[in-house]
Write a protein that binds this ligand. Sequence first.
Ligand code: NAD
Ligand code: ADE
Length: 418
Amino acid sequence: MKSDIKDVRLANQGKLKIEWAGRQMPVLALIQKRFAKEKPLKGVRISACLHVTSETANLMIALKAGGANAVLCASNPLSTQDDVAASLVKHFGIPTFAIKGENKSTYYKHINQALDHEPHMTMDDGADLVSAIHSERKDLADTMKGSTEETTTGVIRLRSLEAKGLLRFPVVAVNDAQTKHFFDNRYGTGQSTIDGILRATNILMSGSVFVVCGYGWCGRGLAQKAKGMGARVIVTEIDPLKALEAVMDGFDVMSLVKAASIGDIFVTVTGNLHVIRGEHFQTMKSGAIVANSGHFNVEIDIPALQKLSKRVREARPFVTEYELKNGRKINLIAEGRLVNLAAAEGHPASVMDMSFANQALSAEWVTQSGDQLEKRVYSVPLAIDEKIAALKLEALQVRIDRLTPDQTHYLSSWEMGT
Ligand code: NAD
Ligand code: ADE
């Protein structure tokens, strides 16, 4: 099968990056080793639509070791690491369709090329493959055994398909595994979002006013890391429980209209639409930085920003400066796309180790389950989650205590009081 990548001559540099990431992915390495022996995915055609990074490359290599016939396309037009894509094609024989900066039509052409593989299983980050199979590529649904989904927004889209009675095959919500969102969404997004903003702007975090829109798993991590770097953090929310949690965690909580005139840096991590809008841009300080780390580029109302502007220019790589008609300048990072993957390298490998261990073991679980699964959204089995946590602790050389027989008995009884 052919590939569509930027330049195969980048392959050697990509291979070094894949190896570097692999050293921080011990759980996935153990799974790969077992897969190579047992071949649990023998003959399974997998189409994956994931961010094409060095960590994803390690997942693809593990799937191939398990006997899968796997292909990969990008899950975002800006997140591809071209050198990694080149190495996947040249050194690992994994067909890849991804070019950093591809336009919308190429992005969907690549999705369709990955689907031309006629998969038994898809692996999504944002549900684009599943969405295509439920719209333009309906012919592919009958041979699909199942799918796995990496992110919160993808799971929301899949649950919507399920609720409307339209889901055509079983799906595993990898995002909802505890060894995924507790760590990837929180610590991964927290660190790599700041990494992306700093690489793009080189600003000083200390003393800045950092506004986090959304206090879910990603928002909590981001607020914590920004505070750790000396920023004054403001949180905005629409959910009273999350807002209260942010207050009790020690953050200022207010409406975005109020925060707009105070903040220096604004980051959306809500999975929602048009969170930062015209009314907010109008009152922001000149020089304000605006970025998004939620899945789609809809959280910042960019058309509204364009409408308010009299001039637009590239101030630095990944920084677009909008000069508003009121004379103020707003800096939008990475076109409002996932800033951690577009302007940096995404989450560190150590955290993707657990996310992708969940992907690999969920793919094995779907295959082993054969036709027993229904057309619904499944959680990752708890046994898989617990196994990954135990293996990660072992890799980190952390030992924990075991329950004594007395404690086991006590925890399952009602008779004993003070
Ligand atoms: P979550 O559901 O845990 O949190 C989202 C929060 O946003 C919720 O608390 C919700 O109440 C809040 N919210 C919704 N609308 C809002 C609004 N208008 N203003 C303020 N707050 C609002 O979700 P999550 O796991 O934190 O994921 C958030 C987004 O980040 C999703 O799109 C997800 O797919 C994406 N994600 C990105 C990365 C990455 O690498 N950048 C990693 C994981 C998840
Ligand atoms: N999502 C967030 N960070 C990632 C990474 N490094 N690789 C793949 N997907 C990601």
